[in-house]
Design a protein around this ligand. Structure first.
Ligand SMILES: Cc1ncc(COP(=O)(O)O)c(C=O)c1O
Length: 361
């Protein structure tokens, strides 16, 4: 068990093995100590020193001019959409993107935009797909009838595609095509940390070429809450207005920003542990009759798999009764995500339980 995994378990029963998400973590003792000691101010007045430090550090890691700390990834992404677009604009996005299907339909009521998902494999799309989507020139009169494409969004790693990492060359070609077409670009990098941990490519390289980037401290890194939107200085100043407008000014936010800073500095290096456990889970699941998974497709910390024998909700119920929590999405698709507190022993126990739950009885 890692030191971080062993800490912070005093509150709440941890008898269940919770593999639903990398968001279910609790602050470690060291993180709580950092939070307790944090100097704070008032986020709405822009003078909370810990928030300002977190924003500076995040911008530096991402190679951007500035960043704004916000309560959630959803708020970060939706501020980006609002600040990049006007009502009636079109936003192009990859298949299964969180911004499109996982944020309560926010792009429509909040920004009044049309979100058009592109086709692609594992949540990704290339320059050719983007160019084809833009190739609808019907002349100036008909153009007035169209919703202008303003923004392209990518997600890296891709949650819906089981934590898939966009290869840098594919990403760069796509970004060049977006630039050529004069489009703004936004990266939902909620788990960009995992892309870096899996490839050794710094976060700033993945972020390069994107106008704005969302990152989350509450996923994978184990902070209690918070995300940041990074980008050019003027854009982030505009984003601060929308943060306030959406009720995101959170006063003594330095308390939680300290947890995020602690996570940023101390928990990125341990992410390969989660990836290794995800691989062990995938190989174990692949050996269980009635379950299907492609272990080769597991690049980071998310393992998506299918059940062919027992319906997924029933499988999840059986697992819960035996001590494991996991997510079922429909009749066949499930997900497990090892995280900061997951141990090797828990992985082995979970696999035994999956074996029992998959057996017909
Ligand atoms: C890829 C991705 N983007 C954005 C979000 C939204 O983050 P939050 O839950 O903090 O609103 C999530 C949440 O799981 C996510 O997986």
């Amino acid at each position: 068990m890692s030191a971080a995994a062993g800490e912070g378990m005093a509150d709440g029963a941890r008898a269940m093995i919770d593999l639903r998400s990398d968001t279910v973590t609790r602050p470690t003792d060291a993180m709580r100590a950092a939070m307790a000691a944090a100097p704070v101010g008032d986020d709405c007045y822009g003078d909370d020193p810990t928030v300002l430090e977190l924003e500076r550090r995040t911008a530096a890691i991402l190679g951007k001019e500035a960043a704004v700390y916000v309560p959630t990834g959803t708020m970060s992404n939706q501020i980006a959409l609002r600040a990049h677009t006007e009502p009636g604009d079109t936003v192009l996005i990859g298949p299964g993107a969180h911004v499109w299907f996982g944020e309560a339909g926010a792009p429509s009521p909040i920004s009044g935009v049309v979100v058009r998902p592109l086709e692609g494999e594992r949540g990704m799309f290339g320059a050719a797909t983007l160019r084809a989507a833009l190739n609808v020139d019907m002349g100036p009169v008909r153009a007035r009838m169209q919703s202008p494409v303003r923004l392209v969004c990518a997600e890296n790693t891709h949650n819906g595609a089981g934590g898939a990492v966009w290869p840098l060359d594919l990403l760069r070609e796509m970004l060049a095509a977006a630039r050529e077409a004069g489009l703004a670009t936004h990266l939902d990098g909620a788990r960009l940390w995992n892309a870096t941990a899996a490839t050794g490519i710094p976060e700033a390289e993945f972020a390069e070429g994107f106008d704005t980037v969302n990152v989350c401290f509450s996923k994978a890194l184990g902070a209690p809450l918070g995300s940041a939107l990074a980008g050019p200085h003027d854009f982030i100043e505009r984003a601060r207005r929308f943060k306030q407008l959406y009720g995101g000014g959170f006063r003594q936010a330095g308390i939680v920003a300290a947890g995020a800073l602690h996570a940023l500095e101390n928990h990125r290096a341990r992410l390969p542990e989660d990836h290794a456990r995800a691989n062990t889970l995938a190989s174990g699941l692949a050996a269980i009759p009635g379950l299907e998974v492609d272990p080769g497709a597991v690049e980071t910390n998310i393992v998506r798999f299918r059940t062919t024998a027992v319906p997924a909700p029933e499988f999840a119920t059986r697992c819960r009764e035996r001590g494991v929590l996991l997510n079922a999405y429909n009749r066949a698709d499930l997900r497990v995500v090892p995280h900061l507190h997951t141990t090797d022993e828990e992985v082995e126990r979970a696999l035994d339980i999956f074996r029992e739950a998959a057996a017909r009885h």
